[in-house]
Design a protein around this ligand. Sequence first.
Ligand code: DAH
Length: 342
Amino acid sequence: MDLFDRLLTEFHASLAKVRNLQDLEAVRTQFLSRKGLLAESRKGFSFQTASPDERKEFGASFNDAKAAMEEAIEKRKGDLERTERRSQIREVDITLPGERPARGSLHPLTIVQSFIEDIFASLGFRVAEGFEIENDYYNFIALNIPEDHPAREMQDTFWLDNGMILRTHTSACQVRMMEQVKPPFRFIFPGRCFRYETIDASHENTFYQLEGLMVDRNVTVAHLIAVMKGLLSRVFGRDVMVRLRPGYFPFVEPGFELDIQCLICGGPGCSTCKHSGWVELLPCGMVHPNVLRFGGIDPDEWTGFAFGLGLTRLVMMRYGISDIRVLNSGDLRVMKQFAPSL
Ligand code: DAH
């Protein structure tokens, strides 16, 4: 069947000239489409006059030629696609800066917490954590807050079905630690606390505190003040005036509210300090002898101070955040504004 041999020779000659996928498609149309050269070849063959054998042979040759062309086209197509992909890779400009992987940012609470941890570490404090799910004993009783004590009402508590509670303050870490280590010791306990509060711009049911506890021989209020002043001057980057007012907390005696002179107006009074010139920041005091006893520590030999820094509050002051709800919102538009790393 010279006809098909000729056609195939022609076909391979055209295929050899193909340089890209468009060329290839043109060759395919030329030979294999419904009105292509292969289909046309049937016109030169008279089916009426041919014998059954001749018809069969023609059909077989036709199909062979068609299959051979299709196969050759598929193969060439694969080759072309491969080289095309390779040439695309070669076109990458390796002198361009790479794409940076997306990088998260730290929550402002994390930033402030690490900063404060570093300050206390330099003062010889160790960092520890207690439990967010606590029992009544460590959260209240061991802190000199027996059942029926009115102080329990100061802290609206989430009670769990099993009788445990969500800790209302990091003070719950105090006696747990006293049971584990012998004095002298210094610890801070940063952590999440929970209270059954109605949420608004200044109240959250979930917030962070940073508890401090130092127990040693002859620890006095002077040590407490020195550590607090040192802390605050480093947090705010300048010397701050502090004052102590008496404050009542069952687990300290005497107990204080430590105020700082308002950093906005510097003393004369403004709306931030409610025109008093002072901002309440740090409740603290000398550890109550009963609490030391609950922790197995002899109050005649050891004394200590404790404080409960409102970490969430400090973050809000530090960054001028006026709505506490922003901090727990998980809103990336807010979080992205903070440093990507320490
Ligand atoms: N635990 C108290 C609270 O959450 C704060 C506090 C007050 C902690 C006085 C202390 C302290 O360690 O001495 O309201």
